[in-house]
Design a protein around this ligand. Sequence first.
Ligand code: BG6
Length: 512
Amino acid sequence: MADPERHPFLQGLSKHRGAPPTVVVIFGASGDLTARKLIPAIYNLSFDNLLPADFHLIGYGRKPIPDEEFRSIASAAIKDYSRRELDAEVWGRVAANTSYVSGGYDEKAGFDRLAAKIFSIEKTIGSEAQSLFYISTPPSVFGPIIQNLGASGLGSRYVGKAHHSKVIIEKPFGRDLDSARALNAELRSVFEENQVYRIDHYLGKETVQDLLVQRFANSIFEPLWNRNYIDNVQITVAEDQGVGTRAGYYEQSGCLRDMIQNHTSQLLALTSMEPPGSFDAEALRDEKVKVLKAIEPIGLGQGGDACRAQYAEGMTAGKSVPGYLQEAGIAPNSSTETFAAIRLFINNWRWQGVPFYLRSGKRLPRRVSEIAVQFKKPPGTIFPQKEGFNLAANTLSFQIQPDEGLSMILNAKIPGLETRTQPVKMSFRYATTFGSNTPEAYERLVLDAMIGDGTLFIRGDEAETSWKLYTPLLDFWRSEGRTGMGGYAAGSWGPVCADELLSAHGHAWRKP
Ligand code: BG6
């Protein structure tokens, strides 16, 4: 097979986007995310020569770990999780500048040791270096870390210069409106907004960015992108996996918090926002906030706009699997939803009356994420409504994952001497056009934060706007306990209530 790195469409692309000398500090260095995503992302950036010449990595955690051991943990993580195999030379360059500092998150002395380490790195490289603090810990220690970054002075270094200290913060960004506001206030007590990078890793996915390019670099879509031509929009983020080993986290979260409030709603915002004046972090995020603010409150209770359910035992990939309540670590009377579907209406000129249907769930038939824009049927039809005249609504679907790409359903004539029709699919696939060497979301996001580009990160007001929309529903579901909780067999496309949200408007879920 041709080397994807040499694909003709990829040649001549800039390899270096110019980050200044950088020290990345990972809090939660021995955690799962660090091993699965962050270390492999840094390794692949190094592979692509995208790290600055003076790049240093410091792991910070409670557990005392010698530098050498941290380096071997990191190289094992690359072997296990990187999209590319471990190349000793490439990793050697990063490993030579990788170290570990142990300390508590609420221990100021630990942060002083960290500061001393950063100063000594600056001395070695002979220049100022930006610090990028990556908070990849459970939310219970977000507060102490932020406060200690403030108290140690690390959070406010070089403010006013492009290489000021930056902080990346992982989800969950709060668990409702009040907690998101409190976290924003805590961040603001130490950092300026332009120092804060709130991650939603969906924004780092290639096809999510492609959505913006498709919408705003092609002139054919914009005239049709409104209530006059679009009938409904269906956004699906489906997973075949169950709760796995994350029961402790998931029981406190549930599908609405884990997927809908952030990932799925980001897809909604990018699909429905107005064209920004420029491809610039503030312009783009202003538009996302505007459209999120224009969403009508979610109707609660029977006949409302939301449906929730838990998976029951069933079959996935030919194997029988237990129901959610039978999984290890799940309370037998848990009222945590593993599936949620929501019907939203955007109250603005462009979208008035067009339903946006969102659904996400665990233990669905397969892992697939897509945005399907369904156009209105042609007014009447000159073709007879009988056998052989199969006509479908035109549907433009953005395939976020897997098999990334874009497809359009059109109606075509079946070849032959009589006129017969059939829906056909016109497709663009990333893998066939560009080769299958797509970077992982975290590579793009870590690089963007190093460069200081906040376009693909969530702004503080955006996080609050989204929580404002969903918090009344979360409160309602909490007050209801298990009342109204639907069920679905593992391996099925979800509960009946999800179908009813659509059938009430004459729609049906498209099979992704
Ligand atoms: C995470 C959720 O944010 O996204 C997980 O916490 C979920 O529950 C994951 O499995 C899905 O991400 P991806 O990139 O695999 O679609």
